[in-house]
Write a protein that binds this ligand. Structure first.
Ligand code: COA
Length: 323
């Protein structure tokens, strides 16, 4: 009997503070209309002072556990995708584990920037399929506002904070059908925070560690790469485009999402779009979008979802799942 990993609960959390495009008009030389036309973003949420990635992750995790009808004590694996961890170490997953009063199960972070949640889901799927876990908490959580240069109009309009989570459980019925994870480090300089612990630590200390992006070049590679991942995912499962009920994409830019939807020949009502409400929340964006469409009743049990993402690295990937 094949063991599948099935999503049994979803949760999302956005910090209270909302930063609208009109607020940004007062900070940099931009306009609401430009931002909406080029990105589809209307507003983003910003973590309060002292509110951390772990705080956001905990809220999303508790909501996902509640939706799955599971207690924290039943969780036997925690994977947190984040690029903005609370600390250098321990990992944010360890901090989330402590918050949830869980003891002993493996807990670790995954760093694949905007593709982080897809990587985390792909990894957790393998733990469950091989019998190493039965109930996994998979979280994407970010406080990107802490690494945004709020004087750079070409990047500051794009990003926001948030967290999303799923509970993934062993099941005899599908389930995740396949995951496809990729990276090509030759693109590292196109989208980066070019400092870290072992290089440029002084910039990290002085708050100069911010996102640098060649937006136009990122855009082109993202559209082409995500088109290819659609083909790869369908071919691996012997499926046609019409077999996919929902596209749950990384929420970076409405134009990138629309290009992928066209590739799948999906009508707009079959594409989950939340980028207008929270901008690019990196690893949090796919589970945030999934949670919205599950909770409002759009995505139903038995339907087939294609989740995909693209991010710094470049990394990219997809997960095809029956919900
Ligand atoms: N408001 C107004 N004008 C802006 C602006 C802003 N916030 N940001 C950039 N501009 C200007 C530029 O300065 C440029 O002006 P110029 O022609 O006088 O030099 C003009 O708009 C066009 O810039 P360009 O970068 O070519 O725009 P674009 O159509 O590529 O849109 C992005 C910019 C960032 C929205 C787009 O490239 C994008 O979304 N890229 C992908 C980003 C992404 O998703 N990254 C994360 C991947 S996980």
């Amino acid at each position: 009997m094949t063991t599948y990993a099935r999503i049994t609960g979803t949760g999302g959390y956005l910090p209270e503070k909302v930063l609208t495009n009109h607020d940004l008009e007062r900070m940099v030389d931009t306009s609401h209309d430009w931002i909406v036309e080029r990105t589809g973003i209307h507003e983003r949420h910003i973590a309060a002072e002292g509110e951390t990635t772990c705080d956001l992750a905990e809220h999303a995790a508790r909501r996902a556990l509640e939706a799955a009808g599971r207690k924290p004590s039943e969780v036997d694996l925690i994977v947190v995708a984040t690029t903005t961890p609370d600390r250098v170490f321990p990992s944010t997953a360890c901090l989330v584990q402590q918050r949830l009063d869980i003891h002993g199960c493996p807990a670790f972070d995954v760093q694949a920037v905007c593709t982080g949640f897809i990587y985390a889901l792909g990894i957790a799927d393998k733990f469950i399929r091989t019998g190493s876990a039965r109930c996994a908490l998979v979280i994407g959580a970010e406080t990107l506002s802490r690494i945004v240069d709020w004087t750079d109009r070409s990047t500051c309009v794009l990003f926001g904070d948030g967290a999303g989570a799923v509970v993934l459980e062993a099941s005899e019925t599908p389930g995740i059908l396949s995951s496809h994870l990729h990276c090509d480090g030759k693109y590292e300089s196109l989208l980066t925070v070019p400092v870290g612990v072992s290089s440029g630590l002084e910039k990290l200390r002085s708050g100069e560690a911010t996102i640098r992006m060649k937006g136009n070049e990122v855009f082109k590679v993202a559209v082409n790469t995500l088109g290819r991942i659609v083909d790869e995912t369908l071919a691996a499962n012997g499926l046609q485009r019409e077999d996919v009920d929902w596209l749950v994409p990384h929420q970076a830019n409405i134009r990138i999402i629309n290009a992928t939807a066209r590739k799948l020949d999906l009508p707009p009502e079959r594409v989950v779009i939340t980028v207008d409400r929270h901008g690019n929340t990196s690893a949090a964006s796919v589970p945030l979008a999934l949670d919205v469409a599950v909770r409002d009743g759009r995505i139903r049990r038995g339907e087939t979802l294609l989740m995909e993402a693209f991010g710094g690295g470049f990394t990219w990937g997809s997960v095809l799942a029956v919900f």
